[in-house]
Design a binder for this molecule. Structure first.
Ligand SMILES: *[C@@H]1O[C@H](CO)[C@@H](O)[C@H](O)[C@H]1NC(C)=O
Ligand SMILES: *[C@@H]1O[C@H](CO)[C@@H](O)[C@H](O)[C@H]1NC(C)=O
Length: 358
């Protein structure tokens, strides 16, 4: 082996190690898939049985066993929401191997990685907050600081969502990933990117809290209104974070006074705020399969013949064209209501045209 070969081999190994360590930052999400039974959650080795946690996260898990079911739920909802928000796009948030969630695309500091970080940090905050409000946890309940008369003429009362607890827990647990080996300058940019996007995801919940009210009085006359602060449904939070994905800022890491900082790559752009998503690496176009970038390509994907948007066949198939086939689908039809109380239906077959990318 000559020197050049050896050098490129070493470089290859280095790049591989680098990528592996960075992708670790989202491994905890795989606990959404682990089927640990609720019955075992009270035992201390529950935390050791969860896959994908770092040491610090295992420690937090052991101290907060009762919260872990919500963390798992939050991770699961985050993945579902990602797949929902991206179902019509070339990168559809799919997973090849549940152990290496989302493939390689998250190993690079792409826009897609920024979304996954934001949505999962938000997922945990949302699920933990819901558990607090429903009285399932001993460490938290409703936010009782929201009380008394409001200037809009109603009374603050009832169970306001304790978003502060959910956000603090998400910060402790999700961000714990980024705290390890803080001193080494390596990956500093990526770590900052992850922390920034985690926080932006959580802020999307806090920024979109709603006021929900109930009327009291004779036959719902609403003489007295009591209101409380409630989180938006997670579907709405997902849509907001998706908008942030579309407007994400490309940044680079620079050192100022020995501290790394993220600044926009294009100095002409308005600097990002703490509410925006940021990314370090431009995404591939996801047209062709490429294990290096984590792209599966769009061959075989269903597309919409008449749409001019990204779900349309032209863009989805990257100009390669599409195939059309007829498919039979069976629907329920001619449904009849019988007194009382059941419904009978017939099954009707109809043919639909389906287009898939070549
Ligand atoms: C997402 O894309 C992959 C790869 O193109 C495909 O196998 C999978 O079925 C898609 N998932 C959905 C929900 O469309
Ligand atoms: C396809 O796109 C058109 C135009 O955007 C839209 O009206 C239609 O509902 C879409 N069809 C499906 C099946 O999504």
């Amino acid at each position: 082996m000559n020197r050049l070969d050896l050098l490129s081999l070493l470089l290859g190994v280095y790049v591989l190690l680098y990528l592996t360590s960075v992708a670790d930052s989202i491994k905890w999400l795989s606990l959404a898939m682990s089927s640990g039974a609720t019955a075992t959650i009270s035992s201390a080795n529950y935390c050791d049985s969860l896959v994908g946690l770092v040491k610090r996260q295992r420690r937090i898990c052991k101290k907060n066993l009762e919260v872990m079911e919500s963390v798992k739920l939050g991770a699961h909802e985050a993945i579902q929401e990602c797949q929902y928000q991206f179902k019509n796009r070339r990168w559809n948030c799919s997973m090849v191997d549940p152990k290496s969630l989302f493939g390689n695309v998250l190993k690079l500091g792409t826009r897609e990685a920024s979304f996954v970080h934001a949505i999962s940090a938000a997922g945990v905050a949302h699920a933990v907050t819901r558990a607090c409000s429903s009285g399932k946890l001993t460490k938290c309940g409703c936010d009782r600081t929201v009380k008394g008369p409001s200037k809009d003429g109603f009374e603050w009362s009832g169970c306001s969502d304790n978003i502060a607890y959910g956000i603090a827990f998400s910060k402790t647990f999700v961000d714990a990933r980024e705290k390890k080996s803080k001193k080494s300058g390596k990956n500093a940019g990526r770590r900052l990117m992850n922390l920034h996007n985690n926080e932006a995801g959580r802020l999307a919940i806090e920024q979109n809290m709603k006021v929900e009210c109930k009327c009291h009085g004779v036959s719902g006359s609403c003489e007295l209104r009591t209101c409380w602060r409630a989180m938006a449904p997670f579907r709405e939070v997902g849509a907001i974070i998706k908008e942030k994905f579309d407007g994400a800022t490309e940044v680079k890491s620079v050192m100022t006074k020995n501290h790394p900082r993220l600044v926009p790559t294009n100095p002409q752009f308005k600097p990002h705020t703490k509410y925006d998503l940021v990314y370090l690496v431009a995404s591939p176009d996801f047209c062709e399969p490429d294990p290096k970038t984590g792209s599966f390509g769009t061959k075989g994907r269903v597309c919409n013949k008449t749409s001019k948007a990204i779900d349309g066949c032209e863009l989805m198939c990257c100009g390669r064209g599409y195939e059309t086939r007829k498919r039979k689908v069976v629907d329920r039809c001619f449904c009849k209501f019988h007194w009382c109380c059941y419904v009978t239906c017939q099954e009707c077959e109809r043919e639909i045209e389906e287009h898939t990318c070549k």
